[in-house]
Design a protein around this ligand. Structure first.
Ligand SMILES: [Cu+2]
Length: 169
């Protein structure tokens, strides 16, 4: 990651005013200091892999922590990332979407410049080969075992899913 990228992310966090839940009300000064923990996740055929880990090994986040998930498709084909519980292969999604009510900032580099999307709730992201996206959000305060998975036909069945553990604060 370049320093420039880091700066863009930090300024995005400031502009957003932080989508923290009622139990995380912070003073203005504290908001400005909230820094996201970076978690790099590689996508490929057919896996999710945290930097330094093995393919489809569990990914652990802390409830309530601010994270920047950096998703990078190093594979040769299109992949998706969904976050949730209870895979529904027929509908190509999780029945429970972890990020349903979470404010997420999506950042990436597109031809000609950077793009940024700020949304209430996130269903999925799709990544063409060599595309890198960053999802910036506060992990919901719902400790438990979830999953990150790809529902492009055949991919989930080929093993493209990994446990996503939300640890209690
Ligand atoms: Cu896939």
């Amino acid at each position: 990651m370049s320093k420039r990228w880091t700066l863009l992310v930090l300024s995005a966090a400031l502009v957003m005013g932080l989508g923290l839940g009622p139990s995380h009300i912070l003073a203005q000064g504290e908001e400005a200091e909230a820094v996201a923990r970076k978690v790099e996740i590689t996508l490929g055929e057919f896996f999710f892999q945290v930097e330094g880990g093995t393919q489809n090994a569990p990914i652990t986040l802390q409830a309530g922590e601010r994270v920047a998930l950096e998703l990078m498709n190093t594979g040769l084909i299109l992949h998706e990332a969904f976050f949730g519980q209870d895979a529904n292969i027929a509908e190509g999604k999780y029945n429970l979407n972890l990020l349903e009510d979470v404010e997420v900032i999506v950042e990436g580099i597109a031809t000609g410049g950077k793009f940024e999307v700020e949304a209430e709730g996130l269903g999925e992201v799709e990544l063409e080969p060599n595309v890198e996206l960053e999802l910036l959000f506060t992990v919901p305060n719902t400790p438990g075992t979830f999953e990150i998975g790809c529902f492009i036909p055949g991919h989930y069945q080929a093993g493209m899913h990994a446990p996503l553990i939300i640890a209690a604060p």
